[in-house]
Design a protein around this ligand. Sequence first.
Ligand SMILES: C[S@@+](CC[C@H](N)C(=O)[O-])C[C@H]1O[C@@H](n2cnc3c(N)ncnc32)[C@H](O)[C@@H]1O
Length: 222
Amino acid sequence: MEQMDFCPKLAAMAVDYNIKLSDKQLQELTCFYDLLYARIHNWSADIMAGTMIDCLSCYDPNTFPVGCRVIDIASGPGFPGIPLKILWPDIKLCMLDASEGRLSFRQEVVERLNLADVTNLHCRVEDAAILPEHHGQYQLSMSRGLSYSLQRLVELGLQFVETGGHYIEFEVERRHEMEGVAEKVAAVGGELVKVKEQDLEGRIFVYAKKVREMPLTSVTAE
Ligand SMILES: C[S@@+](CC[C@H](N)C(=O)[O-])C[C@H]1O[C@@H](n2cnc3c(N)ncnc32)[C@H](O)[C@@H]1O
């Protein structure tokens, strides 16, 4: 029953949040939901439609150049990377997570949906950030649900992008973290571009641009 509800709920929410989804994209997002439901957790259609809309809401034309190289850090089962890839099939997407189980699930989704230009990485973000094949190799990085401080997240995210590239943090209801956010971003080589709030999931999107290269500090506990 939940599964049958998903597609119409997502379609209605997309209209509410001004996100245009084609029938094909709705089908693909529904297929992703079906796989999540069967393999990961039987999340309700309401919760999952909200999660998909949350992921898609980070889109900003100034940070997503056509065909851009994107890395989703700590992607888990594929959020926000897979919904964004479905909405913008031209992006070249890498999804990274420290959990191996999540990698095989994401791979299954990629194969079922026949998604091109997607790579999957089983690695800790701190390790990948200093590898030459990932450091500075993307135009856009993002993370949703990784539980580090905002400054540490921006620091890590900016390691992956070239100068002029962007990092998007999916911040949620940590108002204290938003104090002095521009200074926190500047301290790790970035410039705060904008902050966007959305009622759904208490979301605050933080957009940071990389303006200079900074070495990654070796914080191990926060
Ligand atoms: C709360 S989940 C969020 C997953 C997904 N981004 C989402 O929005 O549903 C946090 C994820 O971070 C991953 N993770 C935690 N520490 C990590 C690290 N140091 N490097 C890479 N992934 C990490 C976990 O394996 C988990 O999949």
